[in-house]
Structure formats: C-alpha cells, structure tokens
Design a protein around this ligand. Structure first.
Ligand code: PEP
Length: 250
C-alpha cells in the first residue's frame, strides 16, 4: 500500500493580525522545490485572515478555516459557513477541534454536520478526535477515539474530502506527547475504523495526522510512526522556522 502524501497543517487558533501574513511569506520562501515534492503545507489562520492569506498563498500553500457552521447561510450571528470559507479561498476546514468541543459544547453529531457542510462546499474537513487525560488514565483511549470517529465522520466520506487528526487533549499545548507506541496504537485503530466507515481502499488513502505539542525536535520520531501521514501543529505553526522545521522531517 502506497502511503498518502504527507500533510503538515498549522492551526493558528485565535492568534494572528494582518501583520502575520509575514509568517506565511516566510513559510513560502522556505518551501523549496525539494520539500514541495515531498509534503503539502496548510495554514489555518483565524477567519479574519483567510482571504488575505489565500490571496497571498496563490495555492502554493493551502489555507484553511478553523471551524464552520453546518448551514450554508442564515440567522446565525457570528458564525461562518463552509461556503464562505471556500469563497474566501480556503481549501480545508478544521472541525471538532477539542477546544471547540470543550468551549462550545460541540458533540460528535455537530462535528459530523460540519464535516458534511465542508464537503458540500468543496472543502476538505480535518476532523479532530482525541481522548482527555482522565480517559487515557481510565484505559478508555481506544473506545473514546473509535466512538468519536463513528459519530463524527460523514457517511460516504472520501479521502479527497476528509483528513483525520488524532489529537490527545492532554498533549495539546502542554509539551507532553504520547510515546511512539501509543501513537501507533491509536493510528492503527483509526485506520481500521476508517475501513469500516468508508471502505478499505478509501481508508488507506485518508491522511491521518498526529497533533499535540509537535515541535521540530520531536517531529521526526512522531512522523515516522506507522499510519501517521503528517501533523496538525498549534503553537509551533506560529513561527515559520519551527513550522518548516517540522515539515522538513519529510
Ligand atoms: C492544536 O491545537 O491542534 C495543537 C496540536 O496544538 P499544539 O501543537 O500547540 O499542542
């Protein structure tokens, strides 16, 4: 089985003003032909910057949103639809990030509706799953992740419209990471579950990212794990040299 082409995606979270387009310029400057042949890069800035960065990136680096509403338009003050992100030049949208699940009470059903909206709008949905520290300590990691996948992945999803990101909640922004063996165990489970959900052949093509305190210093080990097809990077994606340092493990 051929491995999917790696994707290194940056989640800027609620960080970035117009001056932050400098970070994208630096990323583009460092994204030379060699690296371009080996991995795709994606930057997910706050929604206010999607249009500007997509314009500047000219498709060389992908630009994505961090969330979308399930509906295309309507009376939902403050929300942004997948269609709006696509119109602004986005190619991807993160859905079900643990910060959205925790801060906004997003359930698996809500996340699935958002992933369906992404597909409707022609965007790739990056569906995030991952256990809390308490769930890991209780030995529930695999059952939690399996149930999140079953609840969050749309029926009929294809590798062309779906990326899965395994992000243990306790590893996000903490500097803590699971062992390579732990990552391997969860990513193998994700591949198996995807086989049931979207079919074996399609499941083999879906990119499954690891996220949670990925840095240049630990990226090589984490990205070498079986069934890890790239990274979803938070903090380190705000610094072009660090983001590129992670991508250069490919
Ligand atoms: C994230 O929020 O998706 C993430 C992985 O954050 P960090 O890299 O900062 O842990």
């Amino acid at each position: 089985n051929e491995r999917p082409r790696p994707l290194v995606a940056g989640n800027w979270k609620m960080n970035g003003l117009r001056a932050s387009s400098e970070v994208l310029s630096e990323i583009m400057a460092g994204y030379g032909a060699g690296l371009r042949n080996r991995a795709d890069l994606l930057v997910c800035p706050p929604a206010t910057l999607v249009a500007a960065l997509a314009g500047a990136a000219k498709g060389a680096v992908g630009v994505g949103g961090q969330d979308c509403h399930a509906k295309a338009s309507g009376a939902h003050t403050g929300d942004i639809s997948a269609e709006m992100l696509a119109d602004a030049g986005a190619s991807h949208v993160i859905v079900g990030h643990s910060e959205r699940r925790a801060d906004h009470g997003e359930t698996d059903a809500v996340v699935r509706a958002k992933a369906e909206a992404a597909r409707r709008a022609g965007l790739v949905a990056i569906v995030c799953v991952g256990e809390t520290q308490a769930q890991r300590e209780a030995g529930e990691t695999l059952t939690v992740v399996a149930s999140q996948l079953r609840g969050s992945i749309p029926a009929g999803a294809m590798a062309a419209d779906l990326v899965v990101a395994y992000e243990p909640v306790w590893a996000i922004g903490t500097g803590l990471t699971p062992t390579a063996a732990d990552v391997a165990e969860v990513h193998a489970l994700i591949r198996t579950e995807l086989g049931t959900l979207v079919g074996e052949a399609e499941a083999g093509r879906v990119r499954v990212l690891y996220g949670g305190s990925v840095k240049p210093s630990n990226a090589a080990e984490l990205m070498a794990v079986a069934n890890v097809d790239g990274a979803l990077v938070g903090g380190a994606s705000l610094v072009a040299a660090d983001f590129l340092g992670i991508a250069r493990v490919y």
